[in-house]
Structure formats: C-alpha cells, structure tokens
Design a protein around this ligand. Sequence first.
Ligand code: 2HG
Ligand code: ZN
Length: 452
Amino acid sequence: MAASDAALACQHREVLPELVDVVGPHHVLTAPDEVAPYCTDFSGRYRGATVAVVQPGTVDEVAGVVRLCRREGVAVVPQGGNTGLVGGGVPVDGEVVVSLRRLDGAEGVRPEAGHWTGGAGVALGAVHEAAAAAGWAYGVDFASRDAATVGGTIATNAGGLRVLRYGDTRAQVIGVEAVLGDGSVVSHLGGLVKDNTGYHLPSLLCGSEGTLGIVTAATLRLVPPPERRITSLLAFDSVDRAVQAAYDLRRDVRTLEAAELFLASGLDLVCRVCGLPSPFATPHAAYLVVEAAEDVRAVGAADAVSVAGAAERAGLWRYREGHTRAVNTLGAPHKFDVTLPPPALAEFMHAVAPVVEAAAPVPVRTWMWGHAADGNVHVNVTGLAPEEERVDEAVLRLVAALGGSISAEHGIGRAKRAWLGLNRSDAEVAAFRAIKRALDPDGILNPNVLLP
Ligand code: 2HG
Ligand code: ZN
C-alpha cells in the first residue's frame, strides 16, 4: 500500500525548523534516500512517505517533539527497529517518524534483583547478552532479535519462541518510562516486583502500538537461565500429529522452552533460499523444533535429531527462523498471525489454503509455520497485490468463526484494524477509544493503526 504521492511527504514541512531546534540539525532526516528505509515495512507490503525522520537522543527531546507536533497538529509514528509485521511503524499517511533507536543507553542488569533497565532503542539481542553475562536470561526471543528494539517489543507486546514458558512481553515489563500524547513524561522504573499502587501503565502501554504513549525506557524481569538446552528436530507424517505432539509436550516436559512448527513446503523453501541441507534423508509432512533441558525425542515422531552444542543448536534453529526471510524472497506476503483454541488449530491449518484460493483473484501460495504449543500459527500468502484485501477478509473471518484471535503476537497495526470488530465488541472498542482520548487528547500518536 504505497502512499499516494509526493504530496504526503510535503505535508508538515513548516515544523522542520522547530524539530531541528529540539533534536539538533543532524537528527532530522529529510533527504529521500535517508528517510526511505524508515518508510517501508519489513515485509514490503506497507510503503509510505514522510517529511522527516526525527531521532531524539533523550526522553526530554522525545517530549519536546511530541509537544511541538501536538501544537502544530502533526501526527507521528514511533519506530524502533522497523521489524513490525502489521504496517504499524511506517508513515503510510505521511506522518513524521520518531525513531527511538538513539535511546540505546542502558543501566543494565541489577543482578541481585534480576532486572534489566535501559532505553527503548536497545536491541533485544543486547538484552540477552547483558542478561547472560550477569547469570540471568531474558524470556522473550525471536528471529529478528538483533534489529528489534526493547521499545518496539513493548509497543507490540511481542511474543516469539518462548512464550509457552515465560509469557509474552507484557509478562516481563515491570516498569516503563513513556511520553504521552500531551507531551508529559510518566516514569516508573524502580523495578519492584510487588508494587500495587494503582493502574499498571506497563500493561496498558504493552501492545498499544504507539497510540497511547512513546516508550522511551523500560525495566524488564529476567529469569534464571535453564541448566542446559537440548534442541531437537522432530519429523511427523501429518500436521495433526505434530500439533498434537506440541500440546502433549507442553503438559509432559517440565523444562520445555519451545515447540515450534513448520511444514514440508516451508522447509524446502528455507533450504533453497538459505542454502541449507535437508535435515532428514526423506521429507515429512510437518516438523517441530523443540527445546528443553532434557531430550524429548520420544513423542511418536517418525524421525528425530537432537543436539546440545551451541553451533549445532543454531543450525537446527535456522530451519525454523529462516521462514520469514525465505518467504519475503517471493514478493511482499500477506501475513496472518492467528491463535486458535486447541481443538481447532489443525482444523484451521487444513481449511485455510482452500479458503485463500477461493478468495484470491490470482494464483497464490499459502505458507504456514508458528508457535504450535501456543495455538499460534503464521499464515503467509504470496502472489497477491499489496492492496488486495479479499483474502485478508476471508482468512480473518475463518479464524473468528473457529473461535480464534486475528492477532496472536504481531498486533493489529494497519493490516488488521478493519477487522478488529471480529474479536472485540463495540463496548470494548469504545473503552479503547476513551483510553486513547485520555492519554492522547489530540490524537497525534500513531492515529492510523489499531482502532478502526
Ligand atoms: C515468527 O514466528 C515471526 O517467525 C514472524 O513471528 C512470522 O513472518 C511471519 O509471518
Ligand atoms: Zn511468531
């Protein structure tokens, strides 16, 4: 979905001198080649234009930018690592981009408390490294860890590979600092686990997609690292068996950290695009990458391999983590990130490709992988024009009909906002709007996402 024309990029030019006053001349990008990487999302489906990318270096500068934009009636889109998958972080309607990547300082780990505190611009991978160096671990992890930022994971309530054990980002955030839509700063980074003093702003800001406040720093809960990690790749002769195994492992393996699903077609594509060898001599219908402190081979798999060394484990994870990049080589995919209740996950996986084909006006391919033990599957459809929405409508209606959620972990963004009503009642959406008005009275924070 491209922004209509250069007119979008010319909007709001009058605020440029004052933006420069707030953040300095080197941190207001306006040249087309400089702003271009901030204007297209990771999948390539959402493309926009902006008069400026502003790069504040302190929370006070973020507040100054918000106050200025509020006064001038200029909408802003906060952006972290730009790894979002629902078009929520790019200026599709000509908004000013507020990039938080310069907020990358960190107080770091308080080892006795088991917390990490740092800026919104710190990469998720750096949190993992800091936690490990201090004898702790951070519970949220996913493939784009080196580009995704702490602020972005909070804004989207990111999930990933280890939700079954540690929960999503919301379960890790103990404190946040953020700039609200009126330019005020809320900060509560003390890191007390028990702190029952009113509304829990971290919960509210988690998953708010930049619509209520711009997260500038956070305190994150760390977890004890597992004793050891054994990674297994299990092969199954049917999707149903793989899905059932993921649910069974969740109950039976006390130390289970991950049970990640992919299918034969996806594995084949990943091997071709990433130049990897096939993991087994013969192909199978479905696979699980399983990680635990114990060896979990014995779950009725047709074939299995287990490894414990860091390099070998990374080798097995490549088959799973290569999926997003491999599918992107086929053109901008339409992405669905859905959860189904346990009895319906396999049923959905069988039903979705025929539904996609019936709705698609052109030949398409449907790809699936995901976090099976959470009931969360990612469906990617390639071959469609970015603006085509009939397939989106059909898939999301199927999900709702089976009692599922139209967004498990990526958020609503632009991609799903027209369908929020499939999961949320009018009363819930009215409550969302009331909260939005209270924290962002003039509606300047990411106004074109989440709410229909
Ligand atoms: C994953 O689990 C990510 O691989 C990305 O959430 C999913 O690219 C996707 O659709
Ligand atoms: Zn995922």
